[in-house]
Write a protein that binds this ligand. Structure first.
Ligand SMILES: NC(=O)c1ccc[n+]([C@@H]2O[C@H](COP(=O)([O-])OP(=O)(O)OC[C@H]3O[C@@H](n4cnc5c(N)ncnc54)[C@H](OP(=O)(O)O)[C@@H]3O)[C@@H](O)[C@H]2O)c1
Length: 297
């Protein structure tokens, strides 16, 4: 079983190196080995390796930078994904791909279902949706996981930034009117591996699980809730940090303007994923606790 992993040095990609390894012969490529902007090289790589499964964790994830780099963002998040989907179709391989809560406008009251209307507000969200559509249009066998608020011990992310600022500053102001489910790269990678194992076991039979799934931890939090929770947990472990919890203040999105508009509600309903693959999603605090202990050691 040949598995080709792209974006292997990112938050999710790094965890996939671990979780996919027991499933087959894994070729894990970072940007140096597989640049999604180099279409010819990408095509050559896929055709020479002939993977049974392509897992694409590479993306232009700089949400604000994407606003001023729409062409580059489109090449990586949409056009390269279309190429991978076309190649997967030719080889009769599976394509596993990640998308985002940013395909929604966040105006829904309640958790989003896979069947809800998309309406991305940013270049990043639009190009990620175009990538999804390219996969569906190609008719290749696929799993698309829309996930949200990803963090990991490796890479830059909100949780790590908050912990750093908490040790440098006496006051923090954090947005409290955007909600979502903080989701660890570790959880995304573990679930991906279980789902890949499941689809490979169906080899030869008609694939009936392909499609789009929400993949996120259980529960919801605002960025403010997440920052406060993480900082207080660090304090409980006896680590000395500068900030006092009462000096973490909630603010409105309008008080912290950024180039890309974010959805106010990013909560994803994961019932379809859990029932199809017989899985249980943990609460978001479970993996935040793990991260804090991991960073401490
Ligand atoms: N992070 C989130 O909160 C979040 C939320 C929802 C969905 N997602 C989706 O989850 C997937 C993985 O995200 P992540 O959090 O692991 O992001 P990440 O840590 O930014 O990893 C993305 C990886 O893609 C690589 N990359 C960028 N442009 C590339 C190119 N032209 N060719 C090859 N590689 C390229 C990056 O390399 P460099 O480091 O060299 O740029 C990086 O290693 C993406 O599809 C993302 O859209 C993420």
């Amino acid at each position: 079983m040949n598995i080709l992993l792209l974006g292997a040095d990112g938050q999710i990609g790094w965890e996939l190196r671990r979780s996919l390894a027991p499933l087959g012969t894994l070729k894990a490529c970072g940007r140096d080995e597989a640049d999604l902007e180099d279409q010819d090289a990408l095509r050559t790589l896929v055709r020479s390796y002939r993977p049974d499964v392509i897992v694409n964790a590479a993306a232009h994830t700089g949400v604000d930078k994407a606003e001023v780099e729409p062409d580059k963002t489109s090449r990586v998040n949409a056009q390269a994904v279309g190429l991978l989907a076309g190649e997967a179709k030719q080889l009769d391989s599976w394509l596993v791909h990640y998308s985002t809560d940013y395909v929604y406008d966040g105006k829904k009251d309640g958790a989003y279902l896979e069947t809800d209307k998309t309406n991305p507000l940013s270049v990043y969200g639009k190009t990620k949706l175009q990538g999804e559509e390219a996969i569906r249009n190609s008719d290749c066998k696929h799993l698309i996981f829309r996930t949200s608020w990803v963090y990991a011990a490796r890479g830059n992310n909100f949780v790590k930034t908050m912990l750093r600022l908490a040790s440098e500053r006496e006051e923090l102001r954090v947005v409290s009117d955007q909600i979502g489910a903080p989701t660890s790269a570790e959880l995304v990678a573990d679930v991906t591996s279980l789902c890949v194992q499941s689809i490979l076991q169906e080899r030869g039979s008609v694939p009936n699980v392909e499609g789009l799934y929400h993949l996120a931890a259980v529960g919801e939090a605002s960025w403010f809730d997440l920052a406060k929770y993480a900082i207080m947990e660090v304090q409980k472990l006896g680590q000395s940090i500068k900030i006092r919890p009462e000096n973490i203040h909630p603010i409105q999105t309008s008080e912290y303007p950024l180039p890309a508009v974010r959805p106010a509600n990013s909560v994803l309903n994961t019932e379809k994923l859990c029932s199809t693959f017989n899985l249980h999603m943990p609460h978001w605090k479970v993996h935040v606790d793990r991260l804090i202990r991991e960073l401490q050691s």
